[in-house]
Each structure stands twice: as structure tokens, then as C-alpha cells.
Design a protein around this ligand. Structure first.
Ligand code: NAP
Length: 338
């Protein structure tokens, strides 16, 4: 039985990937902080199907112990301080987890399991304010926030460990991917939540935004720059790509994205259309929520993944948004009922 170790198991991608690998017959080990595992998390429903090893990415011995114990054939390094916006306030910690944490993992693979195949979660945020687009594996990085800078560091270190020590380490440069499991502080989920509140007539939402205000206040959803454009895909499609990347004979890097660009306006339009409302009556742009250095548009050129991996997204932007809005309506309705 193939053994896989997933860091970041409590997160969106970790939980979908675990489901995907379990369904393929893998033995799955998850690496998680103890406090996070014992709270409800994205992978709570999988507790009886996988083995959880406790530790923190900032502790080299923890990840080393996890690798020694699980003896994985495949490692998926998904653990990360994953909020670019928040990384301004947590720049040193972000580098510790996203940058040094990854290097500690590579170092540990080198010493404890050099034949393991490693997938490392790079990010389209690394392209930052790049002028050229769409972005592929050769596009230069121009990170615009501490999260992205730490990811660039780890991305390069992955290639350095691969080339210097002959390790199998592949970077997946993934563009935005969302789902029903995305936390509320991410843009797409916030919009789905706003639409769900509108649908249920909730004028002041129980959940709050990064400024401590209700996400929906006086019937309005406050967002930052509505003109930002992103390549948004559906997370379960993207974890399948992670697995496909590790099935290649030689380790190389891949850009994964839908290749379709949508603005935040489009996202709002799609979400409020699901509940039959005009988004412009319900959403406004609040300058206080605009990021200091916001990447303008972010569009993947996934042609290499299409050609070499045969990877294609299966869920459209509109279907994804509808799934997220439905899930938020269900969640809020159950809060109201209880
Ligand atoms: P997520 O839901 O925020 O999950 C992040 C995971 O990292 C959580 O399980 C979190 O555990 C864990 N983690 C954070 N700090 C840790 C630490 N010090 N020690 C151990 N674990 C720690 O993120 P995601 O959306 O699944 O993303 C997965 C990976 O892909 C991340 O590396 C992210 O940066 C990258 N990525 C995501 C996207 C996207 O659009 N989703 C795009 C490009 C790249 P806790 O529960 O303990 O916090």
C-alpha cells in the first residue's frame, strides 16, 4: 500500500487530498498541530481513516519524527500560513512556516527518506505585480507581500535540493482555488457568505471581517478593490493535479490554474445571481480593505499541465460559486434553526 504524508491536513487542500488518496487505496498520515486537530477542522470527518502525527512546521524535529514514523512514499507539503493579506502583520512567522518550514522538511527527507517523492505547494502569489500574463513555469516572480516572498524562497530551495541532492521534489504553482471548505476570511468565501446572508435576510452577520466588523453590516458586504481579477478554480480539481504531478517519472514544476480570468465584480455577480439578487445593491468597495500592494490580475497558462499531465478542471467558475453559496446558506440556516 502506498503511504502518503500530508502536512496541512486540517486545511482545505489537505482534507480534499486526503480523501482523494484514501479513495485510491493509499495509507494516509496527516501532520497537524495538536490544538488544531482537536478543534473541528476540514479533515475531522476523516479521523477514523487516517493517522495523525502531531507537530509544528516551525520545529525541525517534529517534521523529522513524522517522516521517520510514517515512512512515506509521497509527501505533500501543504502546511502554510496561507493568508497573503495577514502576512503583513505576521511577516517573521510567515517566513518561519512557509519558508524555513519547507526547508526543514526537505532537509529531513534528505536524511530520513531520500527516495520519497515530495510535492511542495508554491503559489501564483509569487508572480505578484508581474506585467506579463498569462503566467507559466518560465514567468519571473515579483512577489508583492511577505507570504509570496516566503513562497518564492521555498520554491527556489525545493529546486536547489532537487538539483543538488538528486531528491524528487516538485513544485506546484497553483492559482486560486476555492471550495465549500475555504475559510471565511478568503475573498470568494466572503462573497458566498454575503450572498447567503442576503438570501436569508440577515442584515448584520454573526461572523466578522478582518477589522472586527460584521462581514455583512446594515445589509451590505464590504470588499476591497472590486476590479482585481483572478484565475479561480475548484479545490478538488487542484488536489488531483498535485497527485498527478508526483506520478511523473522526473520531478518538475507545474502551473495549475483554469486559464480563465474573472474580476471580483464577476464573482459577486455570479454569487448574487444564484439567489436572484443584484449584487450592486448589496456590495460596496471599502478603501480600508484594499491591500497595500495588490496584484492586479493573475491568470494561469496551464498548457504544460494540460499537455504533460493531461490535467483539466472539471468544475466551472459558475458551478463553484453556486456550490459555495449553497453551502453557506445551509450553514447559516442551521445556525438560525439552532
Ligand atoms: P489552508 O486551508 O489555510 O491550510 C493551511 C494548513 O497549514 C492548515 O492545515 C494549517 O493548520 C497548516 N499550518 C499552518 N501553520 C502551521 C504550522 N506552523 N505547523 C503545522 N501546520 C501549519 O490552506 P489551503 O488553501 O489548503 O492551501 C494549501 C497550501 O497551498 C498552502 O501552502 C497554501 O499556501 C498553498 N496555496 C493555496 C492556494 C489556494 O488558493 N487555496 C493557492 C496557491 C497555493 P492549522 O489548522 O493548525 O492552522
Amino acid at each position: 500500500m502506498t503511504r502518503a504524508l500530508i502536512t496541512g491536513i486540517t486545511g482545505q487542500d489537505g482534507s480534499y487530498l486526503a480523501e482523494f488518496l484514501l479513495d485510491k487505496g493509499y495509507e494516509v498520515f496527516g501532520f497537524a498541530r495538536q490544538t488544531s486537530w482537536y478543534r473541528p477542522n476540514c479533515a475531522s470527518h476523516l479521523a477514523h481513516r487516517l493517522t495523525v502525527l502531531f507537530g509544528d512546521m516551525t520545529e525541525g524535529t517534529d517534521i523529522g519524527n513524522a517522516i521517520q514514523e510514517s515512512k512515506p512514499d509521497e509527501i505533500y507539503n501543504l502546511a502554510s500560513q496561507s493568508r497573503p493579506g495577514e502576512s503583513w502583520a505576521t511577516a517573521p512567522e510567515t517566513l518561519l512556516v512557509n519558508g524555513l518550514g519547507a526547508v526543514r522538511l526537505f532537509e529531513s527527507v534528505r536524511h530520513n527518506k531520500p527516495n520519497a517523492r515530495v510535492y511542495h505547494a508554491s503559489s501564483s502569489e509569487m508572480y505578484g505585480r508581474t506585467a506579463s500574463g498569462p503566467q507559466n513555469e518560465s514567468t519571473a516572480f515579483n512577489p508583492a507581500n511577505p507570504y509570496a516572498a516566503a513562497k518564492v524562497y521555498a520554491h527556489h530551495m525545493a529546486a536547489i535540493y532537487r538539483d543538488s541532492y538528486g531528491l524528487y521534489i516538485a513544485n506546484g504553482i497553483l492559482f486560486n482555488h476555492e471550495s465549500e471548505r475555504r475559510p471565511l476570511h478568503f475573498l470568494a468565501q466572503k462573497v458566498a457568505y454575503g450572498a447567503a446572508c442576503a438570501s436569508l435576510g440577515i442584515a448584520n452577520s454573526p461572523d466578522r471581517n478582518e477589522r472586527g466588523r460584521p462581514i455583512v453590516e446594515d445589509g451590505k458586504l464590504a470588499l476591497g478593490n472590486l476590479a482585481v481579477a483572478r484565475d479561480w478554480g475548484y479545490a478538488p480539481d487542484f488536489v488531483r493535479a498535485m497527485w498527478m504531478i508526483l506520478q511523473q517519472e522526473k520531478p518538475t514544476d507545474f502551473v495549475i490554474g483554469t486559464g480563465k480570468l474573472h474580476t471580483l465584480n464577476d464573482l459577486c455577480e455570479a454569487a448574487y445571481r444564484c439567489i436572484g439578487l443584484d449584487w450592486e445593491q448589496c456590495v460596496f468597495s471599502d478603501p480600508a480593505l484594499v491591500r497595500p500592494l495588490e496584484p492586479g490580475s493573475s491568470l494561469a497558462d496551464p498548457s504544460r499541465a494540460r499537455k504533460v499531465l493531461g490535467w483539466q478542471p472539471t468544475v466551472s467558475f459558475e458551478e463553484m460559486v453556486a456550490k459555495m453559496v449553497r453551502a453557506q446558506v445551509k450553514r447559516l440556516q442551521s445556525l438560525i434553526d439552532n
